[in-house]
Design a protein around this ligand. Structure first.
Ligand code: HEM
Length: 468
């Protein structure tokens, strides 16, 4: 029988072996955690995944506190998470300690060199924007799901591997579809396999692990192939992309304790691929959805773009400070849609306390960002789409400390600058170029999202009409 430690936070019932598993909601876990559970048990909720102690942080004040405190910045030692990185803690997403510090710093620094936060990143993105606009012009009516998958991936892959793919590349389409299925089949707790890693061995088919593994191996091979090509053409003095600089570092640090290995490189590429593609694509999908649902907001965005940018050139990142209404709309989409309603699981590296409750060493910590974005007391009408909440009486953008869709502190998203830039440039260029509407005969898109590791819009179609 699982023993509840003294001072462990209250939470749903738990059973021998199964722990609290039966009482976990199947879909949109974060909604139950920030709503029903917070009301019933408080902001810090204790759970058991099998024998493992787990704590869900369901209140805004506590979320901000946990993201600031040092002891919460490690990742759980999970066989399932390690299954995606050759049975080890590699890459950036699920690693920690000095290994993570070195790899995160290196990745961030070199992505910056190849375009993060600099003009050259804008060039990568704008090429993809033009390609997408031509595609939309041709189709006129289209499914939004999938519309942005290849272009957003191309931006990322351009910086990582120096290549871009055609929208119709069959192998890439297949990989993206599988990746999306993996994303949708899990949930931010890591899902059933994370709770019972034994399922990977005793019921791989039934638990979904076989499919997960198949996609993973496909992706690893895909990345591995690109690494081999880079190895053959590497010029140490003229690195072309992230893979080149990583290979150069591997050769430089050629000793057994080096954190730079080929498996490590594959995992970093996989992390960026998985963390960056689906999230940015879904955000853009939601942006378009809200433009269909709120035509008056769409009109205001277009008016602001016409006044500030005009129609003779595309919006650029330099325009951002002059477009407060656009920024308010994007912030409201980030708030209301909560693409990452929970961070990937954190963990504690020592016994610690929050609100007087014990969080035992090695407990998994689920951080519900959604609780910040939906707090009634803070927002008044959190369920309403109202970009004006981020503008003051003079129409200037108002910063809100609770708007942390990319997390906060040491583990905060490594791709924030890139993601915000991609979303801004695609969104503004599309609204500048087209009038967006619901296709004749279609019903209004549903704002009820699809569940998964992250949140995605349910499929809907859009009609684009070129402006005269
Ligand atoms: C709208 C898009 C995105 C959103 C909302 C988002 C959100 C987040 C959040 C909430 C975290 C977790 C922070 C934590 O664990 O406390 C995270 C981590 C991370 N994100 Fe993003 N992200 C987005 C796009 C991207 C992109 C484009 C990339 C890649 C270039 C990326 C790479 C990562 C990585 C590598 C981590 C793990 C960082 C670490 O553990 O040190 N993300 N992201």
């Amino acid at each position: 029988m699982t023993m509840k430690p003294k001072d462990f936070p209250p939470g749903p019932p738990y059973l021998p072996i199964l722990g609290s598993t039966l009482f976990l909601p199947r879909k949109l876990v974060h909604v139950t955690m920030a709503g029903e559970w917070r009301r019933k048990y408080g902001s810090v909720v204790g759970l058991f995944f099998g024998h493992r102690t787990v704590v869900a942080i369901c209140g805004p004040k506590e979320v901000l506190e946990v993201l600031r405190r040092e002891e919460f910045q490690v990742r759980p030692n999970s066989d399932f998470f390690k299954a995606r990185s050759f049975g080890k803690k590699l890459g950036v997403f699920f690693s920690d300690g000095p290994f993570w510090v070195e790899q995160r710093r290196f990745t961030l620094r070199h992505l910056r060199d190849f375009g993060f936060g600099k003009k050259s990143m804008e060039g990568f993105i704008l090429d993809e924007v033009e390609d997408t606009l031509s595609y939309m012009k041709e189709l006129k009516v289209m499914q939004v799901t999938g519309l942005f998958s290849v272009p957003t991936l191309n931006v990322l892959w351009g910086m990582i591997a120096g290549t871009r793919y055609d929208r119709n590349d069959e192998r890439l389409k297949d990989l993206l579809n599988r990746l999306t299925m993996n994303f949708r089949s899990g949930n931010p707790t890591g899902g059933i396999i994370n709770i019972f890693p034994i399922l990977m061995t005793i019921a791989p088919g039934l638990s979904g692990f076989t499919k997960f593994k198949e996609t993973l191996v496909n992706l690893q091979n895909y990345i591995g192939l690109s690494i081999k090509e880079h190895e053959q053409t590497l010029d140490q003095n003229n690195p072309r992309d992230l893979i080149d600089v990583y290979l150069r570092e591997m050769r430089k640090q050629n000793h057994p304790d080096s954190t730079f290995t080929e498996q490590g490189l594959i995992t970093i590429c996989l992390d960026l691929f998985a963390a960056g593609g689906e999230t940015t694509t879904s955000t853009l999908g939601f942006c378009l959805m809200y433009m269909l649902l709120y035509p008056e907001v769409q009109k205001k965005v277009r008016n602001e773009l016409d006044a500030v940018v005009g129609r003779d050139r595309r919006p650029s990142l330099e325009d951002r400070p002059k477009l407060p209404y656009v920024e308010a709309v994007l912030t409201e989409v980030f708030r209301l849609c909560s693409i990452a309603p929970m961070t990937p699981p954190h963990c504690v590296d020592r016994d610690t306390y929050i609100n007087g409750y014990l969080i035992p060493k090695d407990s998994m910590v689920l951080v519900v960002l959604y609780s910040l974005f939906q707090d009634k007391e803070h927002w008044g009408d959190p369920e309403v789409f109202r970009p004006e909440r981020f503008l003051d009486a003079d129409g200037k953008l108002v910063k809100d400390e609770w708007m942390i869709p990319f997390g906060m502190g040491k583990r905060m998203c490594l791709g924030e600058v890139l993601a915000r830039s991609v979303v801004f440039l695609f969104f503004t260029s599309i609204v500048q170029e087209f009038l967006l509407s619901i296709p004749e005969g279609d019903t209004k898109p549903s704002t009820v999202p699809l569940s998964g590791f992250t949140i995605a819009p349910a499929p809907f179609r859009i009609k684009v009409t070129e402006r005269t």
